[in-house]
Ligand binder design. Structure first.
Ligand SMILES: Nc1ncnc2c1ncn2[C@@H]1O[C@H](COP(=O)(O)OP(=O)(O)OP(=O)(O)O)[C@@H](O)[C@H]1O
Ligand SMILES: [Mg+2]
Length: 358
């Protein structure tokens, strides 16, 4: 799956731009503040229905404009699919896939699996569990067709349960909700566990290429005691949960821990090594998706050179090339990416929101 075209209107500092891409590497080179990350953000928006920099639509719409519009065309083998999204300042908008308007963002996400690597991406390793849950769930979402609806239901039921708990006089008032919640939570746990088991093997071998001096251990925790049935746990913890005012344990608390020996990776690795670790994990997810679903994801690498020395940049470039995927790379200087360019690559110069093929 590749993005063959992208047109951007009124997005950040990009007024109007119509771009055709290489199915291999695409480089965005330009000075600070020129619009490189904004191009990556536009692509990311198409695949996630949100930005990685802000939750506010108004920040994304070009100053003095009322809406942004993104149109793209994907190429899967010989088939081409147009799709697009418009977002207005008043919060309304439209998603279009093929000739159908009124499509949902989640359908866009299914069409366009995207992996993003940014200089701020350390959150995956040093941030709270929510970042690692988002990481696991990206993968499960793309391999388990029912995941999105089941997980949405679990989140809704947990919210309703928390509200009800505030006034409940006994556990009996929650029993009915928990009878529905518990099997769905078990299902989420099963999917996540299976996904991590499959991913670990691929991730370990990619980590070996990036950080051969370390042996990384992966351990998934489901968010509640591994020997206790979830329905039973909810009943047992009722009084404690009521005091806390929320459901303490459950799939909303699961995590993926990464360790070297018994020490968390973030306490052992340097910043450059942490970046390589994040790259390894994201590449592993892409490879897993392509092995399991035959679907290739797109990689967005913002500020390619940050934190990495010349040798590590070469390792990252080699690993990206091995994927055979389409890659978008931003860099301040063409020197940083000179060694990755090949005859299939396409280079764009970015300046003041204007993107020009070189
Ligand atoms: N809503 C907006 N409307 C117009 N311009 C905006 C808007 N939001 C941000 N900008 C401007 O867009 C420019 C491009 O930002 P972007 O983050 O894409 O730059 P960049 O090329 O990635 O820079 P760097 O190399 O420093 O990371 C910035 O100068 C920023 O001030
Ligand atoms: Mg940038």
């Amino acid at each position: 799956m590749t993005l063959s075209r992208l047109s951007i209107h009124h997005f950040r500092n990009i007024d109007a731009s119509d771009l055709t891409f290489s199915p291999g590497f695409n480089f965005l080179v330009g000075p600070n503040g020129s619009g490189k990350t904004s191009v990556l953000e536009a692509i990311y928006y198409l695949g996630h229905g949100r930005s990685f920099r802000t939750h506010l639509i108004s920040r994304l719409i070009q100053h003095q404009e009322n809406a942004f519009i993104l149109h793209a065309r994907t190429q899967v083998c010989e088939r081409s699919l147009p799709f697009g999204i418009q977002r207005n300042r008043d919060g309304t908008g439209e998603v279009k896939i093929g000739n159908d308007t009124g499509q949902k963002l989640v359908q866009l996400a299914q069409i366009l699996p995207i992996q993003l690597i940014t200089p701020e991406g350390f959150d995956l390793l040093i941030g709270g569990p929510k970042y690692r849950r988002a990481f696991i769930d990206w993968g499960v979402f793309h391999v388990e067709p029912q995941f999105y609806s089941v997980w949405s239901r679990v989140k809704r039921l947990t919210k309703q349960r928390n509200a009800l708990m505030k006034t409940a006089r006994s556990y009996n008032e929650l029993r009915h909700w928990d009878a529905e919640l518990a099997p769905l939570a078990d299902q989420i746990d099963l999917w996540r566990k299976k996904y991590i088991e499959n991913l670990t093997e691929i991730a370990s071998s990619i980590c070996d290429a990036f950080l051969p001096e370390y042996e990384i251990r992966f351990s998934y925790s489901r968010g509640w005691d591994k020997d206790t049935d979830y329905a039973q746990l909810l009943a047992n913890n009722f009084l404690r949960d009521q005091q806390l005012g929320y459901t303490h344990s459950g799939p909303h608390k699961s995590d993926l821990r990464l360790r070297i020996g018994n020490t968390p990776v973030e306490d052992v690795l340097s910043r450059g090594q942490l970046k390589l670790m994040v790259c390894a994990l994201r590449l592993a997810q892409g490879q897993q998706l392509s092995e399991e679903k035959g679907k290739q994801c797109i990689y967005l690498i913002d500020d390619f050179a940050s934190e990495l020395d010349c040798q590590r940049r070469a390792i990252l470039a080699t690993q990206l090339k091995i994927t055979g995927a389409q890659v978008f790379v931003s860099a301040i200087s063409a020197d940083h990416i000179a060694e990755i360019c090949d005859e299939k690559s396409k280079m764009f110069h970015v300046e003041n929101g204007k993107i020009t093929p070189v």
